[in-house]
Design a protein around this ligand. Structure first.
Ligand code: TRP
Length: 335
């Protein structure tokens, strides 16, 4: 499959850090699979972003394949979309350097995620951490993305990407496509089971509130059983007053395809215990085949490598043509 001119271009990426959670699945992967027919999709495994926080080399390497295998197991089709590893396409670092000269230090210092991560990793506030949004802008702009599906937490990064693109286009001439963010509605933020005020995060200090995509049945059931709820005993969607139950309802409806009203009716007059068990069983049943397929794929490294090699080839083709255009516009002498 080469460039499809009829379809809009979509770009997104995930960092190969930690195990992914059902929050990632509901908020991102699910969406990526749903979008692959409608858009010309490119999905990166963002290992260059990952190293802005110290990583174990062996872990980073292993997670790269494990994310790929998970994506494929969830239904991403390498015939339909481009799946590649960010560091396999050198244009990302190259464009990021150019874009750095269109980005102000002050605006990077004000980024919410930079401030959060600086607080969390106070011993390693490296330049890459501050530059993270610029590298992300380079990712998106290289592929002339029209749309970028991301979680709400990435909205500020997408906005700065748009600002940088417009700034460059104004100084030179229209060069970059200015991307639109698309944000998931349902499950935009699946909450932590033990603290429904917090987002379920793969980097949470508290694995009891987080369902990982590779959690076994027993762990899943145990975690749901301990999920924080409330004392009124009614299974009703009310995120304001009943954040725990509403969160479980969101999870349940995503995995069953039922509406909130259907789910509420199903559990009317039944206790929270019943409801939690049903959610747990549903999630465990849904994850089991995905986990089996992921394991099967991980045993076939030859196949995974071939997917990444083809992905890198296609990605490079688009990225290098954008980069050449940028180099021309800024006056880099070309041979
Ligand atoms: N920063 C994103 C995240 O942590 C990952 C990412 C890197 C990304 N490059 C991107 C997402 C480009 C969208 C587009 O979720």
């Amino acid at each position: 499959m080469e460039e499809n001119l009829a379809k809009k271009r979509l770009y997104s990426a995930v960092q190969p850090t930690n195990a992914l959670t059902i929050g990632n699945y509901i908020g991102a992967i699910n969406n990526m699979v749903a979008l692959q027919d409608e858009y010309d999709c490119t999905y990166a495994i963002a290992n260059m972003h990952a190293i802005t926080v110290r990583q174990q080399p062996a872990q980073l390497r292993a997670n790269t394949l494990s994310v790929l295998a998970l994506y494929l197991a969830c239904g991403l089709d390498p015939q339909k979309c481009t799946l590649y590893v960010q560091s396999h396409v050198p244009c990302h670092a190259e464009l990021a350097w150019v874009l750095n000269t269109f980005t102000y230090v002050g605006e990077m210092e004000r980024m919410t995620q930079f401030k959060d991560k600086s607080a969390k990793h106070a011993d390693n506030i490296n330049m890459g951490l501050m530059d993270y949004p610029v590298l992300m802008a380079a990712d998106i702009l290289l592929y002339k993305a029209d749309v970028v599906p991301v979680g709400i937490d990435q909205r500020q990064h997408l906005e700065i990407c748009r600002d940088i693109a417009v700034r460059f286009n104004n100084v030179y001439s229209p060069t970059f496509t200015v991307p639109e963010g698309i944000y998931p509605k349902v499950g935009a933020k699946i909450a932590d089971l033990s603290d429904p005020a917090k987002k379920m995060s793969k980097s949470s200090e508290n694995p009891a509130g987080t369902i990982f995509m590779n959690d076994g049945r027993d762990a899943i059931i145990k975690k749901f059983r301990r999920a924080v709820t409330d004392s009124d005993g009614e299974v009703r969607y009310d995120p304001e007053n009943k954040p725990g139950i509403s969160n479980l309802l969101s999870i349940y409806t995503v995995f069953t395809g039922k509406s909130v009203a259907q789910a509420e009716a199903e559990f009317a007059g039944r206790g929270y215990g019943d409801f939690k068990s049903a959610v747990a069983e549903t999630v465990a049943d849904a994850l089991a085949p995905v986990q089996a397929e992921q394991a099967r794929l991980l045993a076939d490294k030859g196949y995974l490598d071939s997917v990444l090699a083809e992905g890198a080839r296609r990605a490079y083709k688009t990225a290098s043509s954008t980069l050449a255009k940028v180099y021309r516009k800024i006056g880099f002498y070309q041979l």
